[in-house]
Design a protein around this ligand. Structure first.
Ligand code: GRF
Length: 211
């Protein structure tokens, strides 16, 4: 049977990409990563992919219009027969045209409990700094489908992290990344095994509703 073909989009270290590759190797996710696209040529995540012999590419190139970026992304996704796109620390906005073509076929991981600390300006370290400054006692991570909004798509999985208020933004980031490395592969496993159902914008895990 044809395995689900995944493209992973990154911008940095790629520890979430590593967690996905390990989950595929362990047999948790019956799929294959067929392409890795980075927004930064120097991203360490590209080295992780090359080590596994996964084809890599870089987008956007400087001064690329949204239309041209859409075309370039879609050309590559079609050339590699991609079924599912994962945003794993990809810090650029995905053009609306791509979101339309891959409706409920793009999944993002965000390092907070959406809707808290999400949307425009909330990404990477900026999230954990805001969490630290606000002094919240519970933060966490969210995996969601991508729609035209910023971090507004239907939520697939969330997991929380308890804080004492003493943690630095870096320590918060480390704790949240551990959670990301668990729930992103889990969400992909559920997607690939066709265990997700969208009920009026709420994502249910099939089998949950029979309780
Ligand atoms: C993660 O915390 C992700 O939620 C955020 O950027 C970070 C990327 O980490 N958007 P990595 O590149 O997967 O290590």
């Amino acid at each position: 049977m044809r395995r689900v073909r995944i493209a992973v989009m990154i911008s940095g270290g790629g520890s979430n990409l590593q967690a996905l590759m390990d989950a595929i190797d362990s047999g948790q996710i019956p799929a294959e990563i067929a392409l890795v696209i980075s927004s930064d040529k120097k991203a360490y995540g590209l080295d992780r992919a090359k080590k596994r012999g996964i084809p890599v590419d870089c987008l956007p190139e400087k001064e690329m219009s949204e239309d041209l970026l859409s075309e370039e992304i879609l050309r590559r996704l079609h050339a590699f027969s991609i079924d599912l796109v994962l945003l794993a620390g990809y810090l650029k906005k995905i053009p609306e045209k791509v979101v339309k073509v891959y409706e409920e076929g793009i999944i993002n991981v965000h390092p907070s409990l959406i809707p808290a600390f999400s949307g425009k300006g909330f990404y990477g370290e900026k999230v954990h700094r805001a969490v630290h400054e606000r002094g919240v006692k519970i933060t966490g991570a969210t995996v969601h489908f991508v729609n035209e909004g910023m971090d507004e798509g239907p939520i697939i999985l969330q997991e929380s992290v308890s804080l004492t208020g003493l943690e630095t933004p870096e320590e918060i980031g480390k704790k949240v990344l551990e959670v990301e490395h668990r729930i992103l592969p889990k969400a992909v496993e559920l997607f690939v095994k066709n265990k997700l159902k969208n009920q009026q914008g709420r994502i249910l895990v099939k089998g949950d509703e029979v309780r």
